[in-house]
Structure formats: C-alpha cells, structure tokens
Design a protein around this ligand. Sequence first.
Ligand code: PLP
Length: 260
Amino acid sequence: MTPPTALTIAGSDSGGGAGIQADLRTFFAHGVHGLVALTAVTVQNSLGVQGFTEIPADVVTAQIKAVASDMGVNAAKTGMLATAEIIRAVAKTLDEVEVGPLVVDPVAASMTGHALLREDALEAIRTELFPRATLITPNLDEVGLLTGISVSDPASQRAAAEALLEFGSRWVLVKGGHMTGSTCVDLLTDGREYVSLSGPRFETDNTHGGGDTMASAITSSLAKGASVPDAVAAGKKFIERCVAESYPLGAGVGPVSPFW
Ligand code: PLP
C-alpha cells in the first residue's frame, strides 16, 4: 500500500545527524515516504559546521514542483534554508503547489554556534514563511533572535509564544529544551488553546539533530492526518526516546538516535 508522503526542504549534514538525513530516517520510522528539496550542502562533523554551499534557488523550486506535481505531498517541513533568495523562492512555490500542513523550523545556527543562514535570511523566514506555516518550532535561541525575548520561565515562554503568533503562523511551539531544570516543558498555542507539554530532561551532550528530528516527527504525524496538538504530543514522545538513546560519535557532539 502506498504510504503517506512528507517533503523536507532542508540542508544535508555530512555527519548524518541532522538535516535531511535526520528528516528522512524520522519519516521512515513513522512509515512515511520522504521527499526532498535540498537547499544546501554542509561540510560538518561532530565538532561543528566547517562551511556550506547553497543550491541555486531555481533548483530548490524545481525539486518542490517535481515531487508535488507527480507524487503529491501530504505534509511539508522546512529546515536549513541558507539564504533569503531560497526562502523567497520557497515561499512563492508554496503558493503555487499543494503541500498540506507546513511546519517551519526556523533553523538559524547549529548548536555548536555556526551560522546556517546568511545574514538577513532569518527576517525573510519571519516575513515570508511564518504567515504560510501551520506550525513554527523555534528553540529558545531562535525565539531570542526572532522576538528579543529571553525565555527563562513559564511567563516569558508564554509572552514569547504570543509575540511569535503575531508573525502569522497558525500555531507556535516554543521548545523549552534549553531551559534549566529537571523537566523540559514545551508550550504549544494557537492563541486560544495553550498546551503545556512536560517531559524529562536527559543528561546527555549528544543532542545533535534533535530539533530536526522533532520537527520531522511532527510533520510525519501531520502527513498521516493528525491534528497539530496530537502531532506535537507524539513528536515530543518520539524525540524523548531519540535523546534517551543518543550516542557518542566523533570527538564532539553525537547525534540523537534513530536506533530503538
Ligand atoms: N546541519 C543541518 C543541515 C541542519 O539542518 C541543522 C539543524 O537544523 C544542523 C546542522 C544543526 O543541528 P544541531 O543544532 O542539532 O547541531
């Protein structure tokens, strides 16, 4: 039987922990057929991102159109988009083809602190992609860059979520993974419903690819027809298991695990 399809519009990680590599295996783990529009090729290992080359914007557009026109897309996500030109091309293309619910993970930098976006591109994600998004999934660093709010407690997390909703997405998930404490609380809201998702914090340094994996797990559930709150709850359970099973690889930050 033909499985549902999900499209990732994102970059490649030569270390195999994040990017399209994480997305494709997460789709696979959910029984979803993965489609790819590659935006950039990064050169990286466990120690960090050494550099990247972007794919020409018209080639990104052509990849999206090729799969959407023939195979159909049940849900889509964006990850590393590299340049404002690619972001504008993706936004325009998403108006022309049907991709189902859209998850925008506003990837700005790797956890090792290396930029994955050229300057001015985060602003393009905010203005061009957020209004088209079903859900945006910023981590606390990205929340700070986008809103200027430094989240440190539930009140500031809620204020940040409300500021982010103003940018036009239907739902906002403010991930609390970088807050301190023994639990990890994410806040999901559409401005009417507020869902607080609490889970354990795992003691590990090996969290490379965690953001990508959670966003693509949510996208997988959306491709199968789940509501946003159900998809996010399932995505959180999935990423918790991936973090719990994460492993060292190389001298730096190891990946969250797809093996369980
Ligand atoms: N490389 C690529 C291609 C990515 O898409 C991402 C995150 O989205 C990263 C690296 C950084 O991953 P992390 O912050 O988990 O190290």
